[in-house]
Design a protein around this ligand. Structure first.
Ligand SMILES: [Ca+2]
Length: 147
């Protein structure tokens, strides 16, 4: 399954940087893979990323982590999780959602992210109950009349 993932930006509760403004970036974890945006230098509480990542693999959820880029250890804003089934039931269309970023049970911000699932709608494995024999040729199949 292919997901087009665009972390658009964030609204953060605090500016972590002591000198100047925070330089936030985010990391997307999906299906064992990791995508990282560039830091939005000096963005403070309202970073914009507008980067596009393509994930090809199996995943049911996506985790977002936000950091402030610093010399030495980067400050951690926290993380949030999005379930992907909403996009899988509405394929081939980019839909934007927000994910709360939490650190130690405290909301530290919101990340806006656009996701598009490319593929067939997820039927959940139960709605497509028709017998394949009916679809792939029985004695009544009109396409066979010409032979
Ligand atoms: Ca910084």
């Amino acid at each position: 399954m292919v997901f087009i993932i665009k972390p658009l930006g964030a609204e953060l509760a605090e500016d972590h940087d002591i000198l100047g403004k925070s330089d936030p970036y985010c990391i997307i974890h999906i299906g064992g893979k990791k995508f990282q945006t560039k830091p939005h230098s000096g963005a403070g509480k309202k970073p914009k990323w507008n980067e596009t990542f393509t994930f090809d693999g199996n995943a049911t959820e996506l985790k977002v982590q936000v950091y402030d880029d610093d010399i030495g250890k980067d400050d951690y804003y926290g993380e949030g999780t999005l379930l992907l089934n909403k996009w899988m039931s509405n394929p081939n269309k980019a839909n934007t959602d927000c994910v709360d970023i939490i650190l130690k049970n405290k909301k530290t911000g919101v990340v806006t992210i656009s996701i598009e699932y490319q593929g067939q709608a997820n039927q959940g494995g139960w709605t497509n109950s028709s017998n394949p024999q009916q679809n792939f040729g029985g004695s009544n199949n009109p396409s066979k009349l010409g032979y």
